[in-house]
Design a protein around this ligand. Structure first.
Ligand code: 2P0
Length: 324
């Protein structure tokens, strides 16, 4: 296939994000339309960089972290399916070179930064110059949480009402909050967890508790968004922890059960709860994996680090609003 010499390639990068009020469950699994909205914080310095160009071959060539993937790899299949939206006679296949600065599937959503970076790269390649909210809509088609990775800082993904999904995109929640701090607690595990796409589907289908989730998540989303605007740390952090545990309750009450926690996850929760009893304002959230993400303020970094170090658990701190 002929290459377009004036636009040989497009480049995009995007950060990972952590939901403070979570996305769990789809009302449309083709368009990735969520049962409820969600709100997140992006982590600068952790994410994906992607280059995309028209490819002369029959099939896409997808390179992840320096390795060309076989077409049978699930990751490559899913990416090619997404690229189906963007093929044309002039560009029947793509070469995609993608580099993650987070370990793939280590509990930080690389699919979120991955699809967001790819959409930015496609926008660059084709010269669309789309608005961020439009890029967010496109990224959502690749992976729901990717809709939130177009933005630095806080992002709110609107549930939307329309069956075509055109009102289900994320936008930035304006706030510069230098004291806001995330701590990554990595729980070592080799165990292969249930993927989010399948996990959500099983929860929606089999969990009787699930009916209480969408309204709670929608309320939590509003509480947290207000708390972001008012920089009310306690309201934000306690709502986020309660939201995460409520989501995990629906996972556990799914059949077959989905339990992402490891013994080390619970040990880390107990450190957090002990610190709170001692008056330290530290909270946590968890996603579809065993790792904890701590929510705290810079003034408590040292005491939190010390408490985890005593249990031989390192914490990596990230300041979303300070230069890395
Ligand atoms: C979130 N998660 O809000 C929630 C919390 C995991 C737990 O979004 O099927 O990879 O690609 O739309 O976005 C992870 O699910 O799922 C996720 P798909 P996605 O961050």
């Amino acid at each position: 296939a002929p290459l377009e010499p004036s636009q040989p390639h497009g480049f995009g990068k995007a950060p990972v994000n952590i939901a403070l009020s979570k996305y769990w469950g789809k009302r449309d699994s083709v368009l990735n339309l969520p049962m409820n909205g969600s709100v997140s914080i992006s982590l600068p310095g952790l994410g994906t960089e992607t280059t995309v160009q028209p490819f002369g071959g029959q099939q896409d060539q997808i390179e992840l972290n320096g390795q060309v993937l076989d077409h049978s790899v699930v990751f490559a299949k899913r990416l090619s399916q997404f690229l189906d939206f963007f093929r044309s006679a002039a560009c029947p296949a793509f070469r995609v070179v993608t580099q993650n600065s987070v370990p793939t599937a280590a509990g930080l959503a690389s699919s979120a930064s991955g699809y967001a970076a790819l959409v930015v790269a496609l926008d660059d390649l084709f010269g669309w110059q789309l608005a961020k909210t439009e890029l967010s809509l496109l990224a959502r088609l690749g992976s729901g949480s990717a809709s939130r990775s177009l933005f630095d800082g806080f992002a709110l993904w609107h549930k939307g009402e329309r069956p075509d999904g055109m009102d289900s995109f994320a936008e930035s929640v304006d706030s510069v909050w230098p004291e806001f701090c995330i701590g990554l607690v990595k729980v070592n595990t080799q165990e292969k967890a249930v993927g989010s796409t399948l996990g959500m589907q099983q929860t929606v289908e089999t969990c009787d508790l699930y009916q209480s989730w969408p309204p709670q998540a929608q309320r939590d989303l509003e509480t947290i968004t207000q708390a972001i605007i008012q920089q009310d740390f306690h309201t934000l952090a306690k709502t986020a922890e309660h939201n995460a545990l409520s989501m995990h309750a629906t996972m556990i009450a799914t059949w077959p059960p989905i339990v992402y926690w490891q013994p080390e996850s619970i040990a880390a929760m107990q450190i957090v709860w002990r610190l709170r009893e001692q008056g330290v304002a530290v909270y946590f959230t968890m996603d579809a994996g065993p790792n904890l993400k701590l929510i705290l303020q810079t003034q408590d970094q040292a005491i939190v680090q010390q408490a985890f170090a005593e249990q031989s658990t390192p914490v990596e701190f990230i300041l979303p609003f300070q230069r890395q």
